[in-house]
Design a protein around this ligand. Structure first.
Ligand code: ADP
Length: 475
């Protein structure tokens, strides 16, 4: 098959979250299974700097608009990279979606409409492309352009997070050059505005999301973010496929960033990473104290607002340590910084985005905390599993699909701790359980081995996407 992925992020070129990890690894897994795979990305300043040598790629001439120039390179061995060469939209300081202060770019609807036009334009110009897989709202207009231009190419839209919908005002709609009749309630109109996400959901042949549990959850009004009715309407074309992990990047036995590499056969060697983390963060180097790591965007949807109140006693009494790396919500950043200044022996907070530090936390922590209110898939619990840093998670979305909570009676299968309610009390309770469990070294080591043996590699999920594409092409 010839597969075109269209997305706003892909590791290692540009990353703000799990979307990038998926685009860095799913295409490579599909290529390894014998398919020809391309990834189309906006040419942000960071992408241009990181992509290496780029050659001139196709010039597209989509209907009703100026031509679009693409550049061509390689994302990873065998995976073609196509980059939108549009400096006035993408050669800017700041992030992919906003300026250095975090304000959205005012022309985001134009920037990402161009991404959709380019994706659909490629399929129009090259009929050998069998399927276009658009990811998240940024690529949501690609299936709409395919429909508008009558392009005979199968399309799949993947929801990585339904909370971000790319919603814009009615006056901005004519800028897309999409047909006026698409602006209706069963098209992309959305409560008087219009939405990229809704376009993707309405005009793609199939819809996927990133875990089976999240797929079930977003059919319900409580989690469906206003789009559950549309998802129910499209239920026969909608499926949850669990994300995978790129074990080329996330493997404690080979991770070059770690102080000491380790595997299930050398668990003791993990201790050196804990010590390094504690020392580098100026925490007390206590080997017998449960060190909990957090690597996350700081938002309330991740449940991190519950953490300070839930862990304060544990930090104050020296029964637990916390190493947090993240950035986002200013109030959350401030409350974690305050916690770190009060309990510096047991709490270290790094505000920012740092891939290397993230690897060190997965390597050095005993547990990884993810108390999300909702979590489409989540990757950090799977990194925690592979690094033997037991995930402590709320039972939701992909967290529920990947972590088996310890209960007396399942030491041979459990690989973490799971709690149900998003409350300070429930979080405090599960953390106290973790602290207690950690004192039983043999039991804890058994759970670490279970965790490290869990296999969430891409192979199975990449095949699930391919099976779905094959069904769409055969229709
Ligand atoms: P989301 O996409 O909702 O942010 P995921 O768990 O799916 O959550 O993916 C998050 C990805 O971003 C993981 O690879 C995680 O390690 C990484 N990450 C999150 N915050 C940071 C940070 N501050 N520094 C480095 N990596 C981070």
């Amino acid at each position: 098959m010839r597969i075109l992925h269209v997305a706003a992020e892909a590791h290692p070129l540009i990353k703000t979250g799990g979307l990038a990890d998926v685009l860095g690894s799913l295409p490579a897994a599909q290529h390894a299974l014998g398919h020809r795979v391309s990834v189309l990305l906006p040419g942000y300043r960071a992408v241009m700097a990181a992509a290496g040598t780029l050659e001139p790629g196709p010039t597209l001439n989509p209907p009703g608009g100026p031509s679009i120039q693409l550049l061509r390179g390689e994302l990873s061995a065998g995976v073609e990279l196509l980059v939108l060469d549009q400096a006035d939209y993408f050669d800017r300081p700041g992030g992919p979606y906003g300026d250095e202060q975090g304000n959205d770019w005012p022309d985001n609807h134009l920037r990402f409409a161009l991404l959709g036009r380019a994706g659909a334009g490629l399929c129009l110009q090259d009929p050998a492309i069998d399927v276009l897989n658009a990811h998240d709202w940024h690529a949501g207009l690609a299936p709409a352009y395919l429909e508008a231009w009558g392009v005979d190419c199968a399309s799949c839209f993947t929801i990585h997070n339904l909370a971000y919908q790319g919603r814009f005002a009615a006056v901005q709609y004519p800028d897309t050059d999409l047909p006026g009749e698409f602006y209706r309630y069963d098209g992309l109109e959305y409560h008087g505005d219009w939405s990229f996400m809704k376009a993707g959901l309405s005009y793609s042949d199939a819809i996927t999301t990133v875990s089976p549990s999240y797929a079930r959850e977003i059919l319900q009004p409580q989690a469906g973010m206003g789009l559950h009715a549309l998802l129910n309407y499209r239920r026969r074309d909608f499926v949850g496929i669990l994300n995978g992990v790129d074990y080329r990047v996330w493997d404690p036995s080979r991770d070059a960033v770690l102080e000491s590499n380790y595997s299930t056969k050398s668990l003791q060697a993990k201790q050196a990473n804990k010590k390094y983390l504690q020392q580098s963060l100026r925490m007390e180097p206590a080997s017998d104290r449960l060190l909990v790591g957090v690597v996350s965007r700081l938002t309330t949807h991740k449940g991190l607002d519950l953490v300070p109140a839930a862990i304060e006693d544990l930090l104050a009494s020296g029964r637990m340590q916390l190493s947090l790396l993240g950035s986002g919500d200013a109030a959350l950043e401030a409350s974690f910084k305050q916690l770190a200044s009060r309990y510096s022996q047991n709490c270290a907070v790094v505000i920012g985005y740092d891939e290397i530090e993230a690897h060190r936390i997965f390597g050095g922590a005993d547990a990884i905390l993810i108390p999300s209110r909702f979590e489409p898939c989540g990757l950090t619990q799977m990194y925690g599993l592979r690094y033997g840093s037991l995930p402590v998670v709320r039972k939701t979305g992909g967290l529920a699909d990947t972590v088996i909570g310890y209960k007396a009676g399942n030491p041979d299968s459990a690989n973490g701790l799971v709690f149900n309610t998003a409350s300070v009390t429930a979080l405090r309770r599960v953390l106290n359980r973790a602290v207690k469990l950690y004192t039983d070294r043999d039991l804890w080591k058994g759970l670490m081995r279970n965790a490290m043996r869990a296999d969430f590699g891409w192979d199975k999920s990449a095949r699930a996407y391919l099976d779905l594409y094959a069904r769409l092409i055969a229709r």
